[in-house]
Design a protein around this ligand. Structure first.
Ligand SMILES: C[S@@+](CC[C@H](N)C(=O)[O-])C[C@H]1O[C@@H](n2cnc3c(N)ncnc32)[C@H](O)[C@@H]1O
Length: 196
């Protein structure tokens, strides 16, 4: 059975998606609020990440920007299927604590290593080879973060990035030698496939 279909995983995801929908609607009425804290992948986007990571048989998955752990749950479900682990990064301690609780509720905490702090510092400790990358932290850091990881990519790594800016997307869409890339989910999700 798919790990994603486990009762504990589904109950936790449904609770969190519902909470985020409510918080997003409430906060979007307060124009001064930074909505980043209330944004996560949607259910369809999370499922797509799960499908990709699972089908790639990814064992070593790295995430930039774990927040409260919604996307991390989808990735960790794939990691469990493949006997692997997710290394995720989050700079805000309150979010790390919340993510730990949410991953525990989903029954997936043992498949996740959370690096607390600035990913530009913490990700140097990421182990190689990396099979799957999901970038969803500060958009201007996608390229510096990717540059930390690129020497550790496995032969057929999959790189995914949420709401990447034109410069980052352009690099992958045009880097024809080693990458082939596509934008999915109305352009929100860049998926690049590395071939060494
Ligand atoms: C949009 S949220 C991530 C949402 C999450 N991926 C999901 O779908 O559930 C972006 C997160 O990246 C974190 N972040 C931004 N810059 C970071 C950095 N340099 N290092 C670590 N985390 C960072 C923020 O604190 C925030 O929680």
């Amino acid at each position: 059975m798919h790990t994603l279909n486990n009762r504990s995983v589904q109950d936790t995801l449904q609770r969190l998606h519902q909470l985020f929908r409510e918080q997003f609607e409430k906060r979007s009425k307060e124009s001064s609020t930074n909505l980043d804290a209330y944004t996560s992948v949607s259910e369809d986007e999370g499922k797509l990440l799960y499908f990709l990571a699972d089908y790639a048989q990814a064992q070593n998955i790295v995430e930039f920007g774990g927040s409260f752990g919604i996307s991390t749950i989808y990735l960790a479900a794939a990691a469990q299927n493949n006997g692997g682990m997710v290394t995720t990064t989050e700079m805000e301690p309150n979010k790390v604590a919340a993510a730990q609780g949410n991953l525990m509720d989903a029954g997936l905490l043992e498949y996740v290593n959370i690096l607390m702090g600035d990913a530009l510092n913490t990700l140097h400790s990421a182990k190689s080879p990396i099979d799957f990358v999901f970038l969803d932290g500060a958009k201007e850091l996608y390229m510096p973060v990717f540059n930390i990881l690129r020497k550790k990519l496995s032969h057929r790594a999959v790189i995914t990035a949420y709401n990447a800016d034109a410069e980052f997307s352009g690099y992958f869409m045009n880097a024809k030698d080693n990458f082939t890339a596509v934008k999915l989910m109305e352009g929100r999700l860049l998926v690049a496939y590395y071939y060494e």
